[in-house]
Design a protein around this ligand. Structure first.
Ligand code: NCD
Length: 306
């Protein structure tokens, strides 16, 4: 039985297979509308979510399956003191596959250890978010036509932003990549990403605080929200939250074919005027998230198009 806890749980070949399936689904969704008939997905969300939970649910419904679950830990027996290990043992009796989001790093791994059905990590604290990464890879692959030979700027909260950690780990396996890590000193990538992923694999990267000066180099600009809920004090959050605001004057410095991605939700970091620029693809990205989750559910359930 396979789980998806860390983006590296899937090899490059398995990831590419998944992206091809997602691209096929995107071409004609109706062919896949019954492949998960009779199957159930449980969404166990102990932390707020709009896109991830709803796109998982939409994905399962699009495949002809059913969904059950909860949207906040307060609605579950966690509020009575039940452990993740016990909850997952029980939910394994009710559902064929589980997507779980939890504020604690490592919670999804604990769940997978005790589950008798596939578990998907839908975000564990400030650690990893592998299905957002699949979404990001599908967006880049579909719109740029490649995952290699790209200069990728990641901007904002690179310390607590789990989507950033997962994306660097997964796309870092391709050749000819260069990362430009744009953040204030306090929000630089954690040292396990710098040392164990970037340096260990000899991946080219540079760190800077200055977004404007690197704009002309980028093929992809991945903007992120400053993760307020992971800060220890509000003062630091307020000081850092508006450090980067992407507006049309900065977009004017970028290449004509640069793409702007954002996992969303956006707060202030991308000004709404940018939404109309054809290079802004963050809402398309949310649509790709449904296709890739459809593909993922099929793969983990071992379901194929007949
Ligand atoms: C991200 C997350 O939850 O980590 N959102 C998402 O799943 N699309 C990014 C964020 O909350 O900033």
């Amino acid at each position: 039985m396979k789980h998806l806890i860390n983006p590296l749980d899937f090899s490059v070949e398995e990831t590419e297979e998944l992206l091809l399936l997602a691209e096929d689904i995107a071409k004609d969704r109706s062919r896949y509308s019954e492949v998960c008939h009779g199957k159930k997905l449980a969404t166990l969300f102990y932390e707020p979510s709009t896109r991830t939970r709803l796109s998982f649910e939409a994905a399962m419904l699009n495949l002809g399956g059913n969904v059950l679950g909860f949207a906040s830990g307060g609605d579950s027996s966690a509020s009575k003191g039940e452990s993740v290990a016990d909850t997952i043992r029980v939910v394994s009796c009710y559902a064929d596959i589980v997507a779980m989001r939890h504020p604690k790093e490592g919670a999804a791994l604990v769940a997978a250890t005790h589950a008798s059905v596939p578990v998907i990590n839908a975000g564990d604290g400030g650690h990893q978010h592998p299905t957002q990464t699949l979404t990001d890879l599908l967006t880049i692959h579909s719109l740029k036509g490649r995952l290699d030979n790209l200069t990728i700027g990641l901007c904002g909260d690179l310390k607590f932003g789990r989507t950033v950690h997962s994306l660097i780990s997964a796309i870092g396996r391709y050749s000819g990549l260069k990362f430009v890590l744009i953040s204030p000193e306090e929000l630089k990538v954690p040292s396990y990403i710098r040392k164990e992923v970037l340096q260990k694999n000899n991946i080219q990267f540079k760190e800077t605080e200055d977004l404007e000066s690197v704009m002309p180099e980028l093929d992809i600009l991945y903007m992120t929200r400053v993760q307020r809920e992971r800060f220890f004090n509000e003062e630091d959050y307020i000081r850092l939250k508006d450090k980067y605001i992407l507006d049309m004057s900065k977009m004017a410095l970028a290449r004509e074919d640069m793409l702007v991605l954002h996992p969303l939700p956006r707060v202030n970091e991308i000004s709404v005027e940018v939404d109309n620029d054809p290079r802004a693809v963050y809402f398309k990205q949310a649509q790709f998230g449904v296709y890739v989750r459809m593909a993922l559910i099929m793969k983990l359930l071992g379901v194929e198009l007949c």
